[in-house]
Design a protein around this ligand. Structure first.
Ligand code: ATP
Ligand code: MG
Length: 428
C-alpha cells in the first residue's frame, strides 16, 4: 500500500457519526458546568470518583438491566484480543457501584457520597441532544434509605441549576414513586391486563415489554403507542402504605427546601432494583429531559455486594449546555491580561522570560513566538483582545523601564521592568 494506503481518505477528516467536537467555546462551557457541579457536590459531601471507560459487558447487563434499551440496542460492545467481552460505559451508575464494592468503600463511614464526570457511549440514532458519545455529571449516595436523602439529592441538582443561571421557572422537576418490588408486582399485573387489549397494535418493542417488563411500556417513545399510555394505570395508585409514606416524606423534604416539583406518575425507570423515588429534570420550552435519577436500593446486592440502599442522578452535560444556551450562566471567555511585544532578538528573549514570570504570578501574558514585526505583534495583541500591552526594545532594555498601555482606554504609564511594578500596573 502507498503512503495513504487504500483507506477512505474522506473519513480521516470527518468525526464518527454521533460524536461531537467540543471546540474551545463549547469546551469552556462544558468545563464551567463540570467545575460548578464538582464544587457544589463537594460542599454536599460528595467525593469525585473516576472509573474506566470500558467495563466487563456483564456489569452493564446486570447493572443496567437486560430489558433496557441501553443493553438491548445501544451498547458499544467488543471483544478484546484475549476474547473478553468489554463494553464502553453507557452510563456511570453501574461502574461507580462496581468500584465501590470492589474497593470496599462501603466499609467506611456511611452514607458514602460519590460523584463523577464521565463520557458515555450509546449507539443511538443521532439527533439534536442525542449523541453516541456524550458526558454526564452524576451523583450517587449509598447507605441512606430516607426520603430526606432523596430531597437532598434534588437540592444538589437544583442548586447547580441555579448557579448555572437556569431559573426554576424554565424547567420542572417531575417526581414519582415506583414503590417497592411488592407494589410493582400488582402494578405490572394491572398493566398487563390493560395493555393486552391493544396487544396487536403495539410496536414490536412494546410487545416484548408486555411479556418481559410491562413497566417499560410507559417509557415507549413511539408515537403510535402514545395513545394507549393516556389511560394506562398509574404506579402511584399501587404504592403500598409504606411506599406512599416515603413519597410523602420526599415531597415534604422538597417543600422544606423550597424546591418546586410536579408529580408525574408516568415517569418510570423500569428496572427491578429501582425503588420508590424517580425523577426527571424537564425543560419547559421543548420537553428536553436534561437529567434523571432515582433510588435503586436493589442494585448493590444485584452486583454481588452486601445489600445497601442507594440513590442518585445523572445530568447530560451537552443537554445542559443547550439548556443554558448563549450568554446567561457562562463566564465570558477569558482574554489575555497583557501582550509583551519585542523588537530584536535580545528583547524577544527578555519578553519571553518576563512573560513566563508573569504567568507564574497567575497573569495571562503573551509574547511573540512566531517572529513577527512589532507592528504585526501589536495587531495580534489587538486581535486576541489583550487588556494591556507593552513594547520592549533596545531602549527599554537599557533604561529598565517600559510603557504599560491599557489597550481599551489608551492610558499609558511608565513602569520598571520588574515583576512587582508590572503587576502593580495591571492590578491598579
Ligand atoms: P432519553 O430518554 O433522552 O433517551 P435516558 O433515559 O436514556 O434519556 P438516562 O439514562 O437517564 O437517559 O441518562 C441521564 C441523562 O443523560 C439524560 O437525562 C440526558 O441528559 C443524558 N443523555 C442520555 N442519553 C444521551 C445521549 N444519547 N446524548 C446526550 N445525552 C444523553
Ligand atoms: Mg435513552
Amino acid at each position: 500500500m502507498g503512503r495513504h494506503g487504500h483507506e477512505n481518505m474522506g473519513l480521516i477528516t470527518k468525526a464518527p457519526r454521533g460524536t461531537l467536537d467540543k471546540l474551545p467555546g463549547e469546551a469552556s462551557k462544558c468545563r464551567a458546568i463540570e467545575n460548578n457541579a464538582l464544587e457544589i457536590a463537594a460542599v454536599y459531601g460528595y467525593k469525585e470518583i473516576r472509573t474506566p471507560v470500558f467495563e466487563h459487558t456483564a456489569l452493564f447487563k446486570r447493572g443496567v438491566g437486560d430489558t433496557t434499551d441501553i443493553v438491548q440496542k445501544e451498547m458499544y460492545t467488543f471483544d478484546d484480543k484475549k476474547g473478553r467481552s468489554l463494553t464502553l460505559k453507557p452510563e456511570g451508575t453501574a461502574s461507580t457501584a462496581r468500584a465501590a464494592i470492589e474497593n470496599g468503600l462501603f466499609n467506611e463511614a456511611l452514607p458514602l457520597k460519590l460523584c463523577y464526570v464521565t463520557n458515555c457511549y450509546r449507539y443511538e440514532a443521532p439527533q439534536s441532544g442525542r449523541y453516541r458519545e456524550f458526558s454526564q455529571f452524576g451523583a450517587e449516595v449509598y447507605g441512606a434509605d430516607t426520603p430526606l436523602c432523596d430531597a437532598e439529592l434534588i437540592a444538589l441538582a437544583y442548586d447547580l441549576f441555579t448557579e448555572l443561571g437556569i431559573p426554576d421557572n424554565a424547567y420542572t422537576i417531575e417526581i414519582n414513586s415506583i414503590g417497592c418490588p411488592e407494589c410493582r408486582v400488582k402494578y405490572q399485573d394491572s398493566l398487563r391486563r390493560y395493555y393486552s387489549e391493544f396487544e396487536d397494535k403495539l410496536c414490536r418493542d412494546c410487545m416484548e415489554r408486555l411479556e418481559r417488563n410491562p413497566m417499560r411500556l410507559i417509557d415507549c417513545k413511539n408515537p403510535s403507542c402514545g395513545e394507549f399510555k393516556e389511560n394506562a394505570p398509574l404506579i402511584l395508585d399501587y404504592n403500598c402504605d409504606k411506599c406512599a409514606e416515603f413519597f410523602n416524606g420526599f415531597k415534604s423534604g422538597l417543600d422544606l427546601l423550597s424546591i418546586p416539583y410536579t408529580v408525574n406518575s408516568k415517569i418510570v425507570r423500569g428496572l427491578d432494583y429501582y425503588t420508590n423515588t424517580v425523577f426527571e429534570f424537564v425543560l419547559k420550552s421543548n420537553g428536553l429531559v436534561f437529567g434523571a435519577g432515582g433510588r435503586y436500593n436493589g442494585l448493590i446486592e444485584e452486583l454481588g455486594g452486601n445489600a445497601a440502599p442507594a440513590s442518585g442522578f445523572a445530568l447530560g452535560i451537552e443537554r445542559l449546555v443547550a439548556v443554558i444556551g448563549e450568554g446567561a450562566g457562562f463566564p465570558l471567555p477569558k482574554k489575555p491580561d497583557i501582550y509583551i511585544a519585542a523588537l530584536g532578538e535580545k528583547a524577544a528573549a527578555f519578553a519571553l522570560k518576563l512573560t513566563r514570570d508573569l504567568r507564574c504570578a497567575c497573569i495571562w501574558a503573551e509574547c511573540d513566538i512566531v517572529g513577527r514585526s512589532v507592528k504585526a505583534q501589536m495587531r495580534f495583541a489587538d486581535k486576541i483582545g489583550a487588556r494591556f500591552s507593552m513594547v520592549i526594545g533596545e531602549n527599554e532594555l537599557e533604561t529598565g523601564k517600559a510603557v504599560l498601555k491599557d489597550m481599551a482606554t489608551k492610558d499609558s504609564r511608565e513602569v520598571g521592568l520588574v515583576l512587582e511594578q508590572i503587576l502593580g500596573g495591571i492590578y491598579q
